[in-house]
Design a binder for this molecule. Sequence first.
Ligand code: SPV
Ligand code: MN
Length: 624
Amino acid sequence: MSENYMELLKQKIDQENLDKLLALKNEEVINFVGEYVELCNPASVFVRTDSEPDRAYIRGKSLSGNEEIPLKTKGHTAHFDGFFDQARDKKNTKYLAVGDRKYTKYVNTVDKDSGLGEVRGYLKDIMQGKEMFVCFFCLGPANSEFSISAVQITDSAYVVHSEDILYRPGYEQFKGVKSEFFHFVHSAGELEAAVSKNVDSRRVYIDLENNTVFSTNTQYAGNTVGLKKLALRLAINKASKEGWLAEHMFVMGVHNDQGEKAYFCGAYPSMCGKTSTAMINGEKIIGDDIAYLRERNGKVYAVNVERGIFGIIKDVNSTDDAVIFNSLTKEGEVIFSNILVDNDGVPFWLGKDAPLPSKGINYSGDWSPGKVDDKGNEITPSHKNARYTISISALDNVDENLENPDGVEIKGLVYGGRDSDTSSPIEQSLSWEHGIITKAAALESETTAATLGKEGVRVFNPMSNIDFLAVGLGKYIDMNLRFKDKLKDAPLIFSANYFLRDSDGKFLNAIEDKRVWLKWMRQRVDKSVKALKTPTGFIPKYEDLAQLFKTVLNKEYKKDDYIEQFSLRIPKIFAKIERILKIYKESEGIPSQLFDELEAQGQRLSQCQKEFGDCVTPQSFKEE
Ligand code: SPV
Ligand code: MN
């Protein structure tokens, strides 16, 4: 075995933990652990198996190290990230670039040698006096063609505890691993009041050649939980070589009238309703964030890469989000992050239907209303990106196929964005290619006042995967187009937009209307309803929606509302095509199909505009 590091490992790791490591009989794992024990120089090393005592050990360490504090309800804890460590750090997330590999201009790169030198500099002795945790997980269900094994090294028990809830255990599976696996090295760095102190040295560096991601001086899960967005970047690279898809998508089952389920995947940028759609009342959830999709026998199968949810808690309330609200308020394992904890240990968050506590602890320390930061800005009781971490199996509507190693057959893909004035609430594409280009590759989302300085700025976010693209834009679009090559019966493709507004800025739809859009997509899968064919896709007929509003929501759906929501706003769509074309014309290696689809759509729109004018009501369109 790896003589190089054996002496060091024997010194640093006690016999019990060393035995656990050696039992894997995996030289690459031993070398990997040896390399980072040497570099990070921890005081001790804990090797985690899949056993309950090992899980409990980690939970205990999170509490004893004050990375989490217990809350009033049994099983609930709160974790705080530093004041300036509340979200994914896009600026300091970089690919270690070698050769002429292409990336998009929306991600950062650094020359591999200098980037590696820099991050190794930060990692040197970073765990001095601390315990290193070496943990094994599996992306996707175990023992499946989707499974990817992963090793996480970290000095944060909170990171491991989160991974315990979010991912499947992988120690046992690792015993058989011969193929490539993913490696994650994380350190929260020096801590002050249990949060990372040196956020200026926060880095997330990705080494695609070695399937390794380094993360330093941060705790926020999007930067540290290796198996989440760090692994998604590695997976997109792997998928591009192997002909499958790694997507920023939910997986859910939607029932028809007979109670038969069909599964959908949906990609929506942050804060566009992805999680709330996935866990909607009455339907079944498999996953809310990341899916792997593979072709098998001419069909598409998908799995949830995760088994838990790291969801935004802002605005979760007992009426609109009954499923999750119920799970977050009963006993069971939940980590709340960056919420407000009142004096009784009860969590409060923005948009919770409960009175605001008069004081408590939040990500800024002791908090009471009116507290301001250094710049005089008010510190909200909980952060707008405050989150909960919970197992999907704790939800009332978990689907029975969550752990199915075969995945579930996918009948529809949904691409959702936040769009105040251009696209209708729901529309089906004319074909796979038309959908991939005009719905997925052309996805945009508007910033909200809550997230960025200026409201209503449209941000380009193809497939909602822009932050994670480990390959060039052209290659990524091509992967998606070509995915259909072996499909006999390709899933239908839809666009969804829950955020259409009238000219006064009022939302045209209620939050629960998405239940109707889901049912309409489900009917389209069954071919049980016809649709109207427009230049941009198929839209629902009024009668079908009116019927669904009645049966699903017991609401009357007015014809005028339908007309306002589903009219084709041609100048707005042209403006969107222009924006999208500009981006792709400036990018390299874009498949010509993208330009062909957009041009064809433009021509159909011009024709329609000549015939009907700028704003075309649905009555003008014919049934397919
Ligand atoms: C997202 O922002 O898309 C998330 C949360 O799902 S994070 O883990 O930060 O990526
Ligand atoms: Mn996400």
